[in-house]
Design a binder for this molecule. Sequence first.
Ligand SMILES: Nc1ncnc2c1ncn2[C@@H]1O[C@H](COP(=O)(O)OP(=O)(O)OP(=O)(O)O)[C@@H](O)[C@H]1O
Ligand SMILES: [Mg+2]
Length: 420
Amino acid sequence: MEQIKLEEFNHWWITNKVDEDLALQFKRDIYNIIEKRIENRFILALTGLRRVGKTTILYQLIQNLIEKKVEPTNILFFSFDDNKAEISDIINSYKDFQKKDFRKERVYIFFDEIQKCVNWENEIKKYYDLYPKIKFIISGSESLFIKKRMKETLAGRLFDFVLATFTFNEYLKFNGVNESEFKYETKIKPFLHSFIERGGFPESLSFKNDREFREYIKALVVDKIVYQDIPKLFKIQDPEFLKVLLELIATNPGAYIDYQSLSKQFDKDRRIIKNYISYLKEGFLINMLGNYRKGSIATLRKKKRAYPTDNSLIYLYTSNINSDFFGKMVETCIVNCLNATTFWKDNGEIDIIHKGIPIEVKYQEKINFGDFKNLREFMKKFNRHEGILVTKIDEKTIDFDEGSIKLIPVHKFLLEERYF
Ligand SMILES: Nc1ncnc2c1ncn2[C@@H]1O[C@H](COP(=O)(O)OP(=O)(O)OP(=O)(O)O)[C@@H](O)[C@H]1O
Ligand SMILES: [Mg+2]
């Protein structure tokens, strides 16, 4: 690797600070969690959807190290996005140019988009085991551990973080609303609507008009993942079909995924459908929820439900959002904010079961007695004494024979994690 190339990536070797356009001021909540672990030996891995702010966090961490008086040349950054290179070549070149002795000196090595480097996990393991003083911080836009053996290779050596789009809390802070002034009517309501409708990408509010915003999501998130990222990792014949499936899920958030009937509908092998859906998941474009079964793995065999990971993906494909559909977007938002993994369907149906607690989303003007039916059925069947109904405005607790149900307005639910 040429020296000039490494210097291009590491301007702080010369300027002693990270460019402010790269190490942006605003820190994500996860930043502090990662920063606390920067001095221990483990490899830190940061993954997540495109455009959520992963690279920015890497630069913020670098700036923070420099502020803590780490010698800037002891920090190496390299991005494999559009740059073909071998890990050993980069590390050896760096060692030679900067005359570093990894046995004596602590160095911090940041590799961005590392999944694009073939066999990266074995290379990293080699250096990790050889040089305890090297700290690796790696990042990728798809799940880095697609194959089980990748995680096994690095077992016991790794902390793994997944960054999503802004939480509602981050979204408000980013837009200058401080926690002390979280007043609903004046401060929160206007932002809640745009957050639900357009999702939580850091750049979501910076576009002049809808067309530009949709073009951004399409070009920099969807097309990039579907035409570049996924085909680089998996042998796929038909990237266009990934988009067809994504659009199907984005326009029907929470849809039951029936591989058999999708196979008929698109005249494609059932395994292809299954694989393509799993690729969308690996690219962090969708989440899949399984059917809740207490103490059993039967959930694996039942139909799953799929949601896009951010509401901007829904917005991209939907020009006319009526109030019913807006309710679906609220539901998607709640699913994503909890990182939900299970719903429940038997006779009745419940949107989310989270840590054993049933949660229904009813974003409507008025809550009716019938809206408690499924929650009560679940509570009775599984002997749980609490349930949650996420509402538009209603806020109270109602006691039933089965237990109590809390009605929580959506903005409060999104802002207060104390419910769990
Ligand atoms: N903390 C932040 N404060 C302000 N803006 C941010 C922040 N993080 C990200 N952004 C905005 O989002 C854009 C994408 O951020 P970044 O490049 O860090 O994301 P990424 O996850 O690395 O994306 P990609 O997967 O495409 O590489 C940035 O150009 C910036 O405008
Ligand atoms: Mg990046």
